[in-house]
Ligand binder design. Structure first.
Ligand SMILES: *Cc1c(COP(=O)(O)O)cnc(C)c1O
Length: 402
């Protein structure tokens, strides 16, 4: 039997790319709305959106046109000059976040790096020492660069790359005492995801957020919230902390912020900005370049014009209801967790087989840890799309286990 073109591509990929991913045996090359297509024309309903990135759906012509227009003007200038798209993007992101100052990066991990540096500098100016501690959470995920990895609460990701950056301690999400017990006079920051994503979809409770915030205020410790996955409207407010009114001192955002163009940002209050990073302390060649900033601008405009958050709030109760129904029906589904369009179904068995079978039937899903099926669809989905997803998922729950 002659090999398919798709198989040929995959073999070439495996000869050339570093083997850091167990990829699905599919080559994607086209997207439209909430659907992706492989190079053989097979259509997939996408409930992953490039891991929470393509909030507005694929082939959004307004977004594509804005990027094309910017390409015709200028793509890159360096941060030694001002550019209009970055000024506009900074104003807009301040407005949606309520934070005061922003630094644009090219990815989520880089935004976390910047946040860590800002917190260490703040504490350095506070007491003149340079051996400060950061409290992070078990089961957290903040990225793969050395600083971000150091605050990631997954020993498997860290083990081979020790030593990490120093003075990181791990507490437990929603266990305030575990945080409090780790605080010393050296603590400069507490960092967590407002909803833990990769770690299994665990939302922070409002009570935990308030308790940590109060502790931070009392001890002049900075609260850093990672909203890279749960932010940008996915949970029904622009940023999840806005639900609880617990404002971070530093916040990191990325993923959906660029609508597919690689961007990130860390933001801070005026107080932190005035007492942390200053001229020469931090930099980036690409961050906030005109093309990246034009992507952010268009994404934020389209969020308003297309009432994206309203859609999240109107369809997500339906998704929760349908997932709860599955949970009631199948014994091996233990729990549903999540907020808005960031949901997880925890099972008593590994979920890889279920996800694989769904994929064969044209539904893209992803796990969050070994036992949780994660749902991070584009934010433009309808109830009909949810019905279609549930029906494929349900037909994929049983089969030959590998
Ligand atoms: C994806 C993610 C990151 C890392 O972002 P990259 O763009 O992959 O570097 C950090 N924190 C959270 C919560 C994420 O989901």
């Amino acid at each position: 039997m002659s090999q398919s073109l798709m198989q040929e591509y995959i073999e070439e990929a495996e000869k050339a790319l570093l083997h850091t991913y167990n990829r699905y045996q599919i080559v994607l090359d086209k997207g439209e709305g909430i659907h992706l297509y492989d190079i053989e024309g097979k259509k997939y309903l996408d409930f992953v959106s490039g891991i929470g990135v393509f909030a507005l759906g694929y082939h959004n012509t307004a977004y594509n046109d804005a990027l094309k227009e910017q390409i015709e003007n200028v793509i890159h200038t360096s941060n030694y000059f001002y550019n209009v798209p970055a000024i506009e993007a900074a104003k807009k992101i301040k407005k949606i976040s309520g934070m005061d100052r922003v630094f644009f990066t090219n990815s989520g991990a880089e935004a976390v790096e910047g946040a860590i540096k800002a917190a260490r500098k703040y504490a350095f100016l506070r007491d003149g020492n340079a051996d400060h501690e950061i409290i992070a959470m078990e089961h957290s995920f903040h990225g793969r660069t050395m600083g971000a990895l150091s605050v990631t609460g997954n020993p498997k990701y860290r083990e081979a790359f020790e030593p990490m950056i120093g003075n990181i301690k791990f507490a437990y999400m929603n266990d305030f005492d575990s945080v409090k017990n780790l605080v010393t006079e050296k603590t400069c920051a507490v960092i967590f995801e407002t909803v833990q994503g990769e770690g299994g979809i665990y939302p922070a409770t409002g009570e935990f957020m308030e308790q940590v915030k109060n502790l931070c205020e009392e001890k002049d410790i900075l609260l850093i919230l990672d909203e890279i996955q749960c932010g940008m409207g996915r949970t029904g407010t622009m940023y999840t902390w806005q639900k609880y009114g617990v404002k971070p001192d530093i916040m990191v955002t990325a993923k959906a912020l660029g609508g597919g163009f690689p961007v990130g940002a860390f933001l801070m209050t005026e107080h932190v900005a005035a007492h942390s990073l200053t001229s020469g302390d931090h930099g980036t060649t690409y961050g906030g370049n005109p093309l990246a900033a034009s992507a952010i601008n268009k994404v934020l405009d389209l969020f308003e014009e297309n009432h994206i958050i309203e859609n999240v709030n109107s369809v997500s109760p339906y998704l929760e209801e349908k997932l709860e129904e599955l949970k009631e029906k199948y014994d091996f589904i233990k729990e549903r967790r999540g907020i808005g369009l960031l949901q997880g179904l925890e099972c008593t068995k590994p979920v890889g087989d279920i996800i694989g079978r769904a994929l064969e039937k044209g539904l893209i899903l992803i796990n969050a840890g070994t036992h949780v099926i994660r749902f991070v669809p584009p934010l433009i989905i309808t109830k009909g799309d949810i019905d279609e997803m549930i029906s494929i998922l349900e037909s994929s729950l049983y089969g030959e286990e590998s």
